[in-house]
Design a protein around this ligand. Structure first.
Ligand SMILES: C[S@@+](CC[C@H](N)C(=O)[O-])C[C@H]1O[C@@H](n2cnc3c(N)ncnc32)[C@H](O)[C@@H]1O
Length: 303
């Protein structure tokens, strides 16, 4: 069963609604992790971006007015560590690809990600950001208004990732003849299972040998059970995010990312998030698995 009554085929959103608000939620965690003298992340634009979206609960979270000390995933420290593990994984992925000579990055579902503005990209780097048109336009305008300058050549592509985004990317200047580094961070559950396969098919078709891809992987093809979605929803609602995960995520059996990519010519390395926590010296919150399944971050290279 892959239908979702909360979603429709061509549904669209801004950063304050539906799937778009989840981008603001994770940006609020990056803003938190970038605060203070012992900050674990350095994403100074996350704070003004979240404020510009204007969703009150997220502003109160970054202002320290809302904390959930008793919640193993929502308390301030847990949010910071969760986002630090995730952000550093994808940062290191892009930095490593650039060091190895890749000069095109494609950030799929870029949301309020500011890597195009904060990573130290080499000269000649082109960073594509792909997300819904309203999301792309809001971020571009807000950051321009803040006087922020990209640290690479940023090309923003507003398109639905269920549509013909490869054509939009090519029109934006993407060079299929050169290797690229792709990321799909925090995206897959918001795509229907077939659209997830299509996304990887498109990425593979657009990738010259040596291209790389970073994304998330849960070994269980039925990871998003009703119980898990309920846990996520309860947490979102406690945090003031008044939406139902079951209305945003697509349930039903989906391809296992590692198997799918391996079967399509990618050499895949999966990193259990539990191990990444340990590498950072953080204690792994078991509740993360209860809510999201056995999460891994994967980095793959096209053979
Ligand atoms: C949880 S946010 C993650 C944003 C960003 N990757 C990050 O980690 O901060 C999910 C993002 O996926 C985007 N997204 C989901 N489905 C999409 C679709 N069909 N087309 C374009 N963007 C989509 C949303 O607009 C949103 O920005």
């Amino acid at each position: 069963m892959t239908a979702n009554p909360g979603r429709t085929e061509g549904d669209s959103w801004d950063l304050a609604s539906s799937v778009g608000a989840t981008a603001t939620m994770v940006a609020a965690s990056r803003a938190l992790a970038s605060q203070g003298p012992d900050a674990l992340l350095d994403d100074p634009l996350a704070d003004p971006l979240v404020r510009a979206v204007g969703l009150d609960p997220f502003i109160r979270i970054i202002d320290g007015e809302l904390d959930f000390d008793d919640d193993p995933l929502l308390n301030r420290r847990a949010r910071i560590e969760q986002m630090t593990v995730r952000t550093r994984f994808f940062d290191d992925f892009f930095t490593g690809a650039a060091q190895d000579g890749v000069r095109q990055a494609v950030i799929l579902a870029s949301g309020l990600d500011t890597r195009a503005y904060r990573l130290r990209w080499p000269a000649g780097m082109v960073v594509y950001e792909v997300d819904q048109p309203q999301v792309i336009a809001f971020k571009t305008d807000t950051l321009a208004g803040l006087g922020a300058a990209p640290t690479a050549e940023r090309r923003a592509i507003g398109v639905d990732l269920r549509d013909d985004w490869p054509e939009a990317l090519r029109r934006g200047g993407f060079d299929v003849g050169r290797p690229a580094a792709w990321s799909a961070e925090g995206l897959l559950p918001y795509l229907p299972p077939q659209a997830q396969d299509r996304l990887f098919d498109h990425i593979t078709a657009l990738s010259a040998p040596g291209s790389r891809l970073a994304t998330e992987h849960v070994p269980d093809p039925n990871a998003f059970t009703n119980e898990r979605l309920q846990r996520i929803t309860e947490r979102w609602q406690r945090a003031g995010f008044d939406l139902d995960a079951a209305d945003l995520f697509y349930q039903g059996q989906r391809s296992v990312v590692v198997d799918y990519l391996s079967g399509h010519g990618w050499q895949v390395a999966a990193h259990a998030v539990r191990d990444l926590y340990a590498q950072h010296g953080f204690e792994f919150p078991e509740e993360l698995t209860a809510a999201f399944g056995d999460l891994n971050y994967v980095a793959a290279t096209l053979k």
